[in-house]
Design a binder for this molecule. Structure first.
Ligand code: NAD
Ligand code: UGA
Length: 327
């Protein structure tokens, strides 16, 4: 049964970022309504294990279902007093979008259109949604500024995230719906995604299987620790929508790109094992470098990501060894 509090509605709450955000908000005293379709893009036991942790909290309500289901969304928006929506549900992954394009259109475009319609109809105070650093494509102006052009996405995933920003703009413009899009830069940390580099590499190194290194390791990523992401979202929820403009976009990145080869070295050190390296060329849909300009974020929420790559990988490895019972 619901209580009388206003809810923060988090879609994708059993996902990597969604779980951390749900937990953080519950710890801060918010009531959270979470939704997730629990799809098997990666090992669902990880999603259920994350859920188990937040389910213990008395102010958490969970609904298993898809944002592609407009009737279900309508029911939830009518039933619960929702204050802010944080839409994290999506089909993620840059390279997988070449293999399964339809999933991206359904979850990221159709699902997001449903979210916008419900937010409009129910006059939601603030819609915060996940965009991605991938909208910058092969941008050469490092660090990437929100003022830079983002009309040349190099993967369908990136195109759906750019589409989300455009759709949000229209709803902000037409209906004054306050929207804030967050361009996350390669988020990592405990309870991370098994399809992403850190998890894939750790898994392979522990099993002494080869890791595949794209573009021969000549890649840079502005890897961002998950707690820095949740802290930023918490501050954006507290601050409420921008008073200057109902449409806002922020980069959420560490502002410190790291070489992929160095990232692997730090991981090897913490695992106490060397990787067997298989060097591969650049993959279609991938980009060589990301680097976030976060001046505007820092100005508006008075917070700059703090966790270094060395500390972040250390914390990931501690969790990874504990979760998989590795000595
Ligand atoms: P994730 O896959 O761990 O989390 C997404 C969750 O959404 C999953 O639990 C999944 O089951 C759920 N979901 C997917 N489609 C759904 C649907 N149609 N209806 C309901 N639930 C659905 O991914 P994540 O890394 O936590 O990413 C969260 C968001 O941030 C995504 O929108 C992603 O595109 C974006 N993002 C992530 C990163 C990153 O580095 N992790 C970077 C940029 C953007
Ligand atoms: C990540 C997420 O997977 C996307 O969902 C997200 O939108 C994107 O960040 C973003 O910032 O917007 P990516 O940067 O490719 O995408 O993240 P990883 O899969 O963790 O890859 C990190 C680096 O390792 C990349 O340079 C990638 O090319 C490389 N990599 C990845 C490998 O060399 N081998 C692999 O097996 C996997």
């Amino acid at each position: 049964m619901q209580n009388n509090a206003k809810y923060i509605f988090i879609t994708g709450c059993a996902g990597f970022i969604g779980f951390h955000l749900t937990k953080r908000l519950l710890d801060e005293g918010f009531s959270v309504l979470g939704m997730d379709d629990m799809n098997d893009y990666y090992d669902t036991s990880l999603k259920y294990d994350r859920l188990k942790i937040v389910m213990k909290h008395p102010h958490f309500r969970f609904v298993k279902g898809s944002i592609e289901n407009i009737e279900l969304l309508e029911k939830l928006f009518s039933q619960y007093d929702v204050d802010t929506v944080v839409n994290l549900a999506a089909q993620p992954g840059v390279r997988y979008s070449l293999k399964n394009p339809h999933k991206y259109i359904q979850a990221n475009v159709v699902g997001f259109a449903n979210i916008l319609e419900c937010c409009k109809k129910h006059k939601i105070r603030h819609l915060i949604y996940a965009s991605s650093s991938s909208v910058y494509g092969n941008n050469k102006n490092a660090p990437f500024s929100v003022a830079d052009r983002t009309d040349s996405p190099v993967s369908l995933y990136a195109a759906t995230k750019k589409a989300n920003e455009l759709m949000a703009y229209t709803y902000s413009h037409l209906y004054r719906l306050p929207t804030t899009g967050l361009r996350f830069f390669t988020v990592y940390g405990p309870w991370g995604r098994p399809d992403m580099a850190l998890f894939k590499f750790a898994n392979a190194i522990v099993k002494q299987q080869p890791i595949e290194i794209y573009n021969y390791g000549n890649m840079k990523r502005d890897f961002t620790y998950v707690d820095d992401v949740t802290e930023s979202i918490l501050r954006l929820i507290d601050k409420g929508p921008s008073t200057e403009s109902p449409y806002k976009i922020y980069n959420i990145g560490n502002n410190q790109p790291v070489q992929l080869n160095y990232f692997i070295e730090v991981l090897e050190e913490h695992l106490g094992k060397k990787a067997i390296k298989k060097l591969l060329p650049m993959q279609p849909g991938d980009v060589p470098e990301t680097f976030a300009d976060i001046d505007e974020l820092v100005k508006d929420i008075n917070y700059k990501p703090k966790v270094s790559i060395e500390e972040g990988i250390k914390r990931f490895v501690e969790w990874f060894k504990d979760y998989y019972k590795i000595n």
